[in-house]
Design a protein around this ligand. Structure first.
Ligand code: NAP
Length: 314
């Protein structure tokens, strides 16, 4: 008897015996998000809704794969007839040596969050950075490249990807802020290199500011967009990573955290700043992945957005 695809989390053992584990699941499983942990991922409901809306009779599931098992899992995805996957922590960098091709933009990021499986191999892309650029446009009606951003949490994976996207988009001035300042400084060196390569005739100013310094006030005044990429705010009672007194009604404030309302967004709203949370980044990276897998289709954004909102509110 056929079994409907469910929130079940599959493992490497299932991939090794795929016919037994999933042979009778309908719609047939062709897509997955791969991570460790992965049970919390909101990608399956978002992509299942998109597939159904486009009349594509396949399923998207969660695959819990430990770091050591990733090379074997990559081979098994091909053998078991998968069409595509998303990568999350801790696989975004370690998937790269297992790919047949890497999209040049993903090479810039040094991490891949989407693979398409074609001609017996895995082809890697990064839709996180472009997803953020689309989210800023959708939420604030402004092109990221026309804004001067201040990136909070620039030392982490998300902050790095977002700061690189700011360079790709041609932002004229980018301020990097991180608790451990040496990480922001190392990123600034890399960003200046990328900027020289991508925009040889452009002038992109990349500066670092300490979260505690007096100078943060000047950087804040000169920045139109605050991009919050640190993990501070994910837990109830977390402080804001940015002093409330530096926020003004002129700021656009984007917090990549989407699991709960953060103190930063509350502070920003209380001074009349326009705000948005990371759900739109998650949505747009997913929509871009969908369009990589189905280049002749447009991702059904509204349906994906509803499915995501429902999944994260549970
Ligand atoms: P990560 O690589 O572990 O980086 C964590 C960052 O947060 C680092 O910059 C770290 O600073 C900073 N941080 C941690 N605790 C802090 C504290 N108490 N005070 C100040 N800074 C602190 O994590 P990640 O993968 O980049 O994820 C970071 C955030 O991005 C998470 O909240 C995640 O939800 C969000 N995210 C959202 C999306 C989306 O689609 N919306 C996608 C990816 C990530 P140090 O360098 O000093 O340790």
């Amino acid at each position: 008897m056929a079994v409907r695809a469910s929130p079940h989390v599959y493992t490497i053992e299932d991939l090794r015996h795929w016919e037994n584990a999933a042979g009778d699941v309908l719609p047939a499983i062709k897509f997955a998000v791969i991570g460790d942990p992965v049970a919390h991922s909101a990608s399956p409901p978002m992509h299942m809704a998109a597939l159904a809306a486009c009349g594509i009779d396949y399923s998207y599931v969660r695959l819990h794969i430990h770091a050591n098992d990733l090379p074997e899992a990559a081979g098994l995805l091909v053998r078991n007839g998968f069409w595509g996957a998303n990568l999350t922590i801790p696989h975004k960098a370690s998937i790269i040596p297992l790919l047949v091709t890497v999209d040049p933009r993903a090479t810039l990021f040094g991490v891949v969050n989407t693979v398409a499986i074609r001609e017996g191999g895995l082809h890697g892309y990064n839709t996180d950075g472009p997803g953020l650029a689309r989210a800023i446009h959708a939420d604030f009606g402004a092109s990221l490249g026309d804004l001067c951003p201040l990136v909070l949490g620039a030392g982490g994976g998300a902050g790095r990807a977002i700061a690189i996207q700011c360079v790709i988009e041609g932002c004229k001035r980018i301020t990097l802020v991180n608790r451990t300042q040496s990480k922001a400084e190392a990123l600034a060196v890399q960003l200046r290199d990328i900027a020289r390569n991508l925009h040889p005739n452009g002038k992109i100013q990349i500066e670092c500011a300490s979260p505690e310094s007096q100078g943060l006030g000047r950087h804040s005044t000169e920045s139109e967009l605050i991009l919050q990429c640190s993990s501070l705010g994910m837990k109830e009672g977390d402080a804001s990573p940015f002093p409330a007194e530096l926020l003004t009604s002129n700021h656009l404030v984007y917090d990549t955290i989407y699991s709960r309302p953060t103190r930063l967004l509350e502070d920003a709203q209380s001074v009349g700043a326009r705000t948005s949370d990371g759900l739109s980044m998650l949505l747009h990276q997913g929509a871009l992945a969908f369009e990589i897998w189905f280049p002749d289709k447009e991702a059904p954004l509204q349906i994906m957005k509803q499915a995501l909102a429902q999944a994260v509110s549970k």
